[in-house]
Write a protein that binds this ligand. Structure first.
Ligand SMILES: [Zn+2]
Ligand SMILES: [Zn+2]
Length: 270
């Protein structure tokens, strides 16, 4: 008798980058407490790549997006989500051109807030409002307002607006169709409101902004992120968007069980 082949491939999150807007280490800056012998302290601009039921969703593309794709051997992007317009999230989007070329229909669905979409229009006018690319190597974006719930064949993505100073950031909750596995990505935020913590409830993994030990006006500090992670109560939480004062080993040692620092190239399989 022929064995039934299980087509389900687990949900996977790849940490493409885990650094802050300047990356870590910073240009022309000494940070004596940062152990540069540890590769986990070399952080490129922050983004994640999510695979759900074989569908590939790229969230943000910073300045090192091309290098991150080569490093992680990314072969496909089916949907792109821009969380907000800051340079460390938007400035690598031109390199999505390769994934447009590889698609059957080249217009790549690109989701963001009204503000994010406006900024994409301003930076990449040559990729917008085209049914065809200028030539087959050019990017083509189909700009779409991110709905509260984006229904895809591979699953569902809930969105919410997180406070990030003068800008709102899309907070994202991914739920895979076949397995019901749930992953939360709340980057670039000063806080996570009670209703948003509720949205993140029962997640298998929660990823939170945690800039540095010191308080910051637009990002959560390590302590604020710890409080948020413990309150949400996922079995595993990861911190991202860390600046140069965060030495991986030193800070990780102090974190409660179930909370870890992410690092570039970390893959989480659910
Ligand atoms: Zn950022
Ligand atoms: Zn930001």
């Amino acid at each position: 008798m022929q064995q039934r082949v299980c087509r389900h491939r687990a949900m996977e999150i790849i940490f493409m980058g885990t650094g802050t807007s300047q990356g870590v280490p910073m240009i022309a800056h000494d940070a004596p407490d940062l152990d540069l012998e540890n590769p986990k302290n070399w952080r490129t601009r922050p983004s994640i790549h999510v695979e759900m039921d074989g569908c590939h969703i790229q969230v943000d593309a910073g300045q090192e997006f091309r290098i991150q794709c080569l490093r992680e051997n990314i072969r496909q992007v089916d949907h792109f989500i821009l969380t907000h317009r800051h340079a460390d999230h938007i400035m690598g989007m031109d390199d999505l051109r390769r994934f447009c070329t590889l698609r059957e229909s080249p217009a790549l669905p690109v989701y963001s807030t009204t503000d994010g979409l406006q900024c994409i229009q301003n930076i990449y006018p040559y990729a917008i409002n085209r049914t065809k690319p200028i030539n087959r190597f050019y990017p083509v974006f189909q700009l779409l307002e991110m709905p509260a719930v984006l229904e895809l064949d591979c699953g569902r993505i809930h969105s919410t607006l997180l406070p990030h100073g003068p800008v709102d950031t899309l907070g994202l909750v991914f739920v895979e169709r076949s397995s019901g596995k749930k992953a939360v990505y709340f980057t670039d935020c000063k806080e996570v409101r009670p209703d948003q913590r509720e949205m993140a409830g029962n997640a298998d993994v929660v990823i939170l902004d945690a800039l540095q030990p010191r308080k910051h006006p637009t990002h959560m500090s390590i302590d604020e992120a710890v409080e948020t992670a413990l309150d949400i109560g996922a079995p595993q939480s990861y911190f991202t968007h860390m600046a140069f004062p965060v030495d991986h080993e030193t800070v990780e040692r102090e974190l409660p069980d179930g909370i870890s620092l992410a690092y570039d190239g970390l893959r989480v399989i659910l």
